[in-house]
Design a protein around this ligand. Sequence first.
Ligand SMILES: Cc1cc2nc3c(=O)[nH]c(=O)nc-3n(C[C@H](O)[C@H](O)[C@H](O)COP(=O)(O)OP(=O)(O)OC[C@H]3O[C@@H](n4cnc5c(N)ncnc54)[C@H](O)[C@@H]3O)c2cc1C
Length: 660
Amino acid sequence: MRIGVYVCHCGRNIADVVKVRELVEFAKRLDGVAVARDYKYMCSDPGQELIVRDIKEHNLDRVVVCACSPKMHEKTFREALKRANLNPFLFQMANIRELCSWVTQDHEKATEKAKAYLKSAVERVKLHEELEVRRVRINPRVLVIGGGIAGITASLLLANSGVKVYLVEKEPTIGGKMAKFDKTFPTLDCSACILTPKMNEIKDNPNITLLTNSEVIDVKGYVGNFKVKIWRKPRYVREDVCNSCFDCIENCLFEKPEFPSEFDEGIGKRKPIYIPFPQAVPPVPIIDPNTCMWLNGKKCSRYCMEVCEPKAINFDDRGEEIEVDVGAIIVAIGYDLFDARKIERYGYKKFSNVFTAIEVERMLNSSGPTGGEVIVNGKRPERVAIVHCVGSRDEGNRVYCSRVCCMYSIKLARLIRERTNAEVYNFYIDVRAFGKGYEEFYKKALEEGIVFIRGKVAEITDHPINDYEKSEVEKGRVIVVAESTLSNSIVRLPVDMVILSVGMEPPKDLEKIKRLLKLSTTPDGFLAERHPKLDPVSTTTEGIFIAGCVQGPKDIPDSVAQAKASAGDALTLIERGEIELEPSVSEVDKEKCSGCGICVPLCPYHAISMVRYNGRMRAEINPAMCMGCGVCASSCPSRAIKHNLYTTEQIRAEIRALLA
Ligand SMILES: Cc1cc2nc3c(=O)[nH]c(=O)nc-3n(C[C@H](O)[C@H](O)[C@H](O)COP(=O)(O)OP(=O)(O)OC[C@H]3O[C@@H](n4cnc5c(N)ncnc54)[C@H](O)[C@@H]3O)c2cc1C
């Protein structure tokens, strides 16, 4: 055996603490080591070329690199071995940066620990075997989950590049939160004017199959070859037949809208048969089975059905399961809003003049329930308070900053002032106007006379200041009690309307989607990226990408940029036509397997099945689906399963050397 050992300085990261020369001399004395060297940056081109040259000149058959975490550069060095015509799996990395030089300033201890890691890597690599990469074909179709601005953008980019896309949206229409806004910061351009053309493009693009009112219920397979089951919930109106005349809505038994409209956040009403908003896509009504008389077995003449000329109403709709095969998946299920009821002292749902920001967005929208008028308890407000950071930057709730609330608060302040001429007071912790044009947008608000009071709101109350009865200025109003940290005083401000700027939360469906796609989340609860800086739209599962707020709070420009990036990554993947899969997977020795089947349900990737072998049932692993986690190998009572890059012998050799 001829092993080459290479010790990296990592600039000064390693060399300032670990004595690299001593490490090299130590390596030279180890059994089987033919060459040992150190270099400033092993991962650099000259560093890699050093390894390539040595493999050829010194006939090396194994390589050990002592450097950083294998997560950073294992792939880099395996590629170097490949270039020297050596099987890339005859390689082992020892992490002497994160595990040695970064955890102590003690040169002696760090060097001794590094020697132990180096030796265990040498002993382990001796037992490595040549492994061959597997190639699988990639299905050129993509599934996008979530039809907000992120999902819409990603779908359009892919479809316009000729890729077939399935866009699954759980609501009856696409558009997400952006469809609810009247104007968008920082340009105050009309949200519908920029969004609805894109929604229509989705509807009209022949490469996009739009599945609204639908949810993903099962995902099997692996990168390039996912099998996805989608449940299309009953709409009771046939999309392929409806001509969008809306006579059905007009002629519903209920003459007036009576039920809270989900799209209008409950401040508007709808009928049992309705369209969420005039520009909804698809432009097809939906029947709510909870409020429709006929679907509840009550008396109704079904006028909707009678007046529908194209015969689109279908009360027998039971929904359907649809199966699609795709090569990549983009998750864009957005965010939910913090439930303001959790902070009881702010009086949301207790006082009729306390609203959340999204409710006010609907109020301000010209196609919303009030036609764009701001009306509170039957009249225009004269004084409005906006409470920032409700649920965000709050130890008891969400500790992170939701990033958009300062800006949308300023937007709402400016729109309310423009429509009602009311005095508007913002209660803030810090104003975070971080984006392009945002500081200017904030300054404009100041110039327009909008007041900013720095301090957290303690409570919103209807309790009069003098403890007995409300003064003239307090009548019909609630009182915002806050600390002003700039004037060092307590503010008690009677107002006609309070807007709570609620923060963003991970969407409630994320747990389900996470389980289905085997994804992980960061401590804030949003989806984790493969690398927060260098790979922000990939996930830890190959072939699955993320876009928009499901990765963390962000504004529309950032959601769009990220959606384009994830579509670009998905496109790069499927354009390759086939993909190399890691060969570090588990295998079953069918002679040893007892057929107990314990491994089958334990496999998180559904890669194991029971097959007949010599007349008996035995476990078999699909190598294309195996992700090499090793759960099966460690749980097999007969020791019939072997992970080919983590064999028991390799791990034992590594531990023995460490403890020697
Ligand atoms: C009050 C308010 C005002 C704002 N104003 C602005 C502004 O003026 N300018 C700006 O830049 N930003 C603004 N934002 C931020 C903006 O809302 C987001 O940046 C943007 O909506 C993110 O888009 P998205 O597609 O990631 O998420 P979303 O808009 O949340 O869309 C996600 C979509 O996924 C769907 N979905 C969820 N779960 C599933 C599932 N299981 N299966 C299928 N589909 C699913 C949802 O129904 C939704 O359609 C504002 C935010 C708030 C709260």
